[in-house]
Design a protein around this ligand. Sequence first.
Ligand code: 5GP
Ligand code: MN
Length: 345
Amino acid sequence: MQQQLIELKPLLDSPKKIVITTHHKPDADALGSSLALARFLKKLKHEVQVIVPSDYPSFLDWMSGNDSVWIYNEGKEEQSALYIEAADIIFCLDFNALGRINELGALVGKSPAIKVLVDHHLEPQDFADISISDIKAAATGVLIYELIIGLNGRDLMDTYIAECIYAGIMTDTGSFRHSNTDKKVHQIIADLYSWNLDSSRVHRLIFDTNSEERLRLLGFCLSEKLVVLADCYTAFMYLSAEELKRFDARTGDTEGLVNYALSIDKVVLAAMIIEREDGVKISFRSKGDFNVNEFARTHFEGGGHKNASGGRSLKSLSETVRNFREIVSTYKEELLENLRKEKFL
Ligand code: 5GP
Ligand code: MN
């Protein structure tokens, strides 16, 4: 990151018009990183606008700066286009390809602004002028922390920035459970307490704010919609648009459900298949060395990380489910191999 910061630093020496954007349906790392960076840059006297492609879960609405976020497809199309066109710098956080920000991708692509990528997804597209892409980073929040510290910003850190960064690192590591959890993660978290971080509060705000409907939806998924393909070491759940409506599902309500499928003993690959307005969206999770980034890329026009990725299908829900089952059956041996490795190192 050293070299990139040398290039970035002089750009931030005088007040700039800055856009910060992040991926479709921002999660805690996407939004937390964006709002942490926005708050830091505002303290440096820049004019900053966070623009996201779509709405995000209500369990993120406590983050400092949430009220000023523009949600592109909720009436901010024109304003966003003008702002992006006139911007000096555009920070692209927590995504690796312009296609991940929907229509914003074209606007960002044609803007004369200097583009700065800060991301940890595999196989980043080459669209940025300054690229801080570290696939080993547990979260984009880690990189934002390092960027702020690297720009001598310790004195500008505060509780609000610390809790946004914490939220991203906590969720992207599955509450410090996933294999991306390492020494650096814990060292950064330890340092975040320097700014009076209340980590338990952040945890409660994100995980203990379920609606009753969301919990009922979870119950329905577990009792009615869980399919275990024991001979393929795979489990998945699927939901139709009608079922989402029946449970009054809001953005974010299906997040994390896939982990219940993955939590089953001897399951190496898990999927959550959901019928959305614009097609079928799939979340993949895996244990150990089974690479769901590659799996999503090869079969479902997606990508992400080795153990957590996503993709889509333009087939119907039932066709997608059938297709998924067929594909998985061709991975039987590989999945078994990974299970063996996982159990007996
Ligand atoms: P989730 O399943 O939680 O939506 O996503 C898991 C991970 O995969 C996240 O890091 C997310 O950014 C990434 N991801 C999800 N969907 C897609 C997709 O369609 N394309 C790519 N490239 N990455 C995705
Ligand atoms: Mn992330």
